[in-house]
Design a protein around this ligand. Structure first.
Ligand code: COA
Length: 308
């Protein structure tokens, strides 16, 4: 049996920081409303998905002490690809020169969890080192005059390098789900703008996250009290708080980065994970619960024993 452990990490966000007050200058909104209803203070906006992905990947490779040629699989989660064809993973692969395969995953805000589980599956099938990236430029598909969405979205990328190890590795359990009959709640047609039924998503999100997280917790044979760090998808701090409370995880054990990044879809969980690592909030042996939900609808959770 082969598992994988995280040996490198990195992130990249556009230089352009947009505060709530910046948005309030041209939209019928306010810093108070945005902060109170979403938990967001500012977000980074701009850039190109592949370029953010490449920058995050370079940082992750450097922190792992690896060269691109040491990688034998590249998985890139995004809902905002540079082009319809080819995959953004191909553009990133071409720029970096990684070996082996490269493919995109579009599972919206659950994309990083889907990719993480897939990467572990590839390791089980023989891959040695996987470069896993979440990268988004949600602002590029958002109508900046639509105050519902303009205040929520953010751009950025984060990457991790996974290395095969003998034994179980980091991934203790996982849970993935989808319900395509709910696709109308959050969607974007070719060439169009993102549409979101925020109220309905909010109503469903807490239950979806809690159920999915519980499935992963039970499958690993642990309890939520044992979770050292909860790293949820950053869509709304009220969703994070409600899910965390229902799971019985105290506030200090949840990673919240929505205040600085907004909702960055596929990048949201890895950006929060990388922030947790660089801020010293993760230690070898910690039990880490990743949980997300998004368009599709899709959802997923992964329980990791940090450092394997
Ligand atoms: N600024 C100021 N007022 C706003 C606003 C904004 N940006 N957006 C909406 N409003 C107003 C509404 O028009 C409404 O006014 P009314 O009471 O006069 O009709 C009021 O604020 C409340 O609107 P509502 O839609 O009920 O707000 P909310 O508390 O549900 O918050 C979201 C809206 C979008 C922040 C919230 O529904 C949400 O986060 N949903 C989940 C989104 C999500 O998870 N998306 C990502 C999935 S990956």
């Amino acid at each position: 049996m082969a598992g994988a452990v995280t040996i490198g990490w990195g992130s990249s966000v556009p230089d352009n920081v947009v505060t709530n007050d910046d948005l309030a200058k041209r939209l019928d909104t306010s810093n108070e409303w945005i902060l109170e209803r979403t938990g967001i203070r500012e977000r980074h906006m701009g850039g190109v998905t592949s370029e953010l992905a490449i920058a995050a990947a370079k940082e992750a490779l450097a922190s792992a002490g690896m060269e691109p040629g040491d990688i034998d699989l590249l998985v890139l989660a995004t809902t905002t690809p540079d082009a319809l064809v080819p995959g953004t993973s191909a553009i990133v692969q071409g720029a970096l020169g990684t070996r082996g395969g490269a493919f995109d995953v579009n599972a919206a805000c659950s994309g990083f969890i889907y990719s993480l589980v897939a990467a572990h599956g590839f390791v089980l099938a023989g891959s040695k080192r996987v470069l896993l990236i979440g990268a988004e430029t949600l602002s590029s598909i958002t109508d900046m005059n639509d105050r519902t969405l303009a205040v929520i979205v953010g751009d950025g990328a984060a990457a991790v390098v996974l290395e095969a190890v003998p034994g179980q590795g980091e991934l203790l359990s996982w849970n993935l789900g989808a319900d395509g009959l709910l696709r109308h709640l959050l969607c974007c047609e070719h060439g169009g703008y993102l549409f979101m039924d925020g109220k309905e998503i909010f109503r469903r999100a807490v239950r979806i996250v809690v159920d999915s997280a519980r499935e992963a917790i039970v499958a690993a044979g642990v309890t939520s009290e044992q979770v050292d760090l909860f790293v949820p998808h950053q869509a709304n701090v009220r969703i994070i708080d409600a899910a965390r409370e229902r799971l019985g995880i105290p506030e200090e054990r949840a990673m919240v980065t929505i205040d600085r990044y907004g909702n960055t879809s596929s990048s949201s969980i890895p950006l929060a994970l990388v922030a947790a690592i660089t801020e010293g909030r993760l230690h070898a042996g910690d039990l880490v619960l990743l949980s997300g939900f998004g368009a599709g609808m899709t959802w997923g959770s992964a329980l990791l024993r940090w450092g394997g």
